[in-house]
Design a binder for this molecule. Structure first.
Ligand code: PLP
Length: 399
C-alpha cells in the first residue's frame, strides 16, 4: 500500500521507540535502569477515579458536546482563572484526546502547504512532525544553554516571515525544564505585537509541576494585547498522573476554537465522557495531590542534579518545572569506550550508557539538542540514585 506523502514525511516518536527498546531488553531478562519515561510514576488520585466510576454508574456514558461537558468546560475556565488570572468563556474552550490531539488539530485547522511554524530548540519531539504532517514547514530556532534554552527576541525576529503562522512556546519545557519569566515573555510579546499575522501556541502541560515562586507565567496573561492570538494548550496527563485518560484542552480565539471543534466533530466527536468526568474532578477538586507530588519531584530533581554535577564529563541546568533534566555530555563525545569504540555523538553516548550500564536515556538530537541527553526523574529515588551511579561508572570508563 502506498501511504500519503504526509505520513512519509514523519517518523514514530523517538520516546516511543526508546520505550520499545527498553521493553525488548527487559524481555531478554536484563534489568534496565529506565530514565526515559515521560509520565508520572504516581497513580491517578483516588477522588478522580471515584468521579469516573460515578460517571459510569450514573449513565454518563454517551457522546457529549464536541467541546466537552459543561462541567469540564467550567472546571477548565476556573483553573485558568485560578492559576493565571485569565478570563475565558465557554466558546473559547476546546477539549480533545490529550493536549497532543488539541495541538495537532490547531495546526490542521490553520496550516496550508508551506506555512511556517517557528519551533525553538530544544523542542518536544512531536512539534516538527506535527507541522510536517499538516503540510507546514517547521522553522527550528536553536536556543543554546547559555540563553537558558529559551527563545530571545533577537533569535525570534529573523525567524518570522510572511508565511509564519505560529510560534510555539512550551513553558515549562520538555526536555529542558526551562520556563520563560514574565520579563522574557514581555520581550517576546513586543516582537510579536509587530507581526499581527502570527499566532502563538503555548504548550503549558507542565505548568503545575513548578518549583519556583508564584505560578509559571503564561503569555496570554502577561500580554493581554496578544490574548486573541494565543492558543493556550494544557491537559490533565502530567499534573494529575492521568496520561492514560487522554484528556487535554485548548483556550483561545473563538474562530480558531470553532475550527478545531469542527475538525473534532469529524474525528472523534468528543473525548471519552468518563475521562471528561474524571478531568473535571481533577481540575475542580482538591489540589493536595499536585502539591504533594511536586514536593516529591522537587526532592528527586535536587538529588539528580547533584549526582549528575558530581560526574566530571557532565553538566546540567536546574529545571524550573516539569520532570526532565537535559544533561550536557559534549565532554564525553570523542572519547574511547573500553571496547575501543570512539563516542561519535549524543546518540552514541546514550547507546554506551545502555550497553555498558543498562541505563536508558533519550539522546538530545531527538529534541533538536545534539550533545545532550534527557533524563526523566518521574521515577523513584532508588532508580535515580542507582542510574546516576551507573552513568558515573560509564563516564569513568571512557578514556
Ligand atoms: N506537550 C508536551 C511538552 C509533552 O511533553 C507532552 C507529553 O509528553 C504533551 C504535550 C502531551 O500531553 P497529552 O498527554 O495531554 O497529550
Amino acid at each position: 500500500m502506498t501511504t500519503a506523502a504526509r505520513v512519509r514525511r514523519i517518523s514514530p516518536s523517538p520516546s516511543v521507540a526508546a520505550a520499545q527498546r527498553v521493553r525488548e531488553l527487559k524481555s531478554q531478562g536484563l534489568t534496565i535502569h529506565d530514565l526515559t519515561v515521560g509520565e508520572p510514576d504516581f497513580d491517578t488520585p483516588a477522588h478522580v477515579k471515584a468521579a469516573a466510576i460515578r460517571a459510569i454508574e450514573a449513565g454518563e456514558t454517551k457522546y457529549t458536546s464536541v467541546n466537552g461537558t459543561p462541567a469540564l468546560r467550567a472546571a477548565i475556565i476556573e483553573k485558568l482563572r485560578r492559576r493565571h488570572g485569565l478570563e475565558y468563556t465557554d466558546g473559547t474552550i476546546t477539549v480533545g484526546g490529550g493536549a497532543k490531539q488539541v495541538i495537532f488539530l490547531a495546526l490542521t485547522a490553520t496550516l496550508d502547504e508551506g506555512d511556517e511554524v517557528v519551533i525553538p530548540a530544544p523542542y518536544w519531539v512531536s512539534y516538527p512532525d506535527m507541522v510536517r504532517a499538516n503540510d507546514g514547514t517547521p522553522v527550528v530556532v536553536d536556543c543554546p544553554e547559555s540563553d537558558g534554552f529559551k527563545l530571545t527576541p533577537e533569535r525570534l525576529r529573523p525567524a518570522l516571515t510572511d508565511r509564519t503562522r505560529w510560534v510555539v512556546l512550551n513553558t515549562p519545557g520538555n526536555p529542558t525544564g526551562s520556563a520563560y519569566t514574565t520579563a522574557e515573555l514581555r520581550a517576546l510579546a513586543a516582537v510579536l505585537l509587530e507581526h499581527p499575522h502570527v499566532r502563538v501556541l503555548t504548550d503549558e502541560i507542565y505548568d503545575e509541576i513548578w518549583y519556583d515562586d508564584g505560578a509559571s507565567p503564561s503569555l496570554a496573561a502577561v500580554e493581554p494585547r496578544l490574548a486573541d492570538r494565543v492558543f493556550l494548550t494544557n491537559g490533565v496527563s502530567k499534573t494529575y498522573a492521568m496520561t492514560g485518560w487522554r484528556l487535554g484542552y485548548g483556550a483561545g480565539p473563538a474562530d480558531l476554537v470553532t475550527a478545531v471543534n469542527t475538525l473534532q466533530s469529524q474525528i472523534s466527536s468528543c473525548p471519552s465522557s468518563i475521562s471528561q468526568a474524571a478531568a473535571a474532578a481533577a481540575l475542580g477538586g482538591p489540589q493536595d495531590f499536585v502539591r504533594e507530588s511536586v514536593e516529591v519531584y522537587r526532592a528527586r530533581r535536587d538529588t539528580t542534579v547533584k549526582l549528575i554535577r558530581e560526574i566530571p564529563q557532565l553538566t546540567c541546568t536546574t529545571p524550573s518545572g516539569g520532570f526532565y533534566l537535559l544533561v550536557n555530555c559534549r565532554a564525553a563525545v570523542g572519547r574511547l569506550t573500553p571496547t575501543g569504540h570512539r563516542i561519535q555523538d549524543d546518540e552514541d553516548f546514550a547507546r554506551h550508557l545502555l550497553d555498558s550500564e543498562q541505563v536508558a536515556v533519550i539522546h538530545g538530537s531527538a529534541y533538536g539538542a545534539p550533545g545532550y541527553f534527557r533524563i526523566s526523574f518521574a521515577t523513584s529515588t532508588e532508580v535515580l540514585t542507582e542510574a546516576c551511579a551507573r552513568i558515573a561508572a560509564a563516564c569513568a570508563a571512557l578514556s
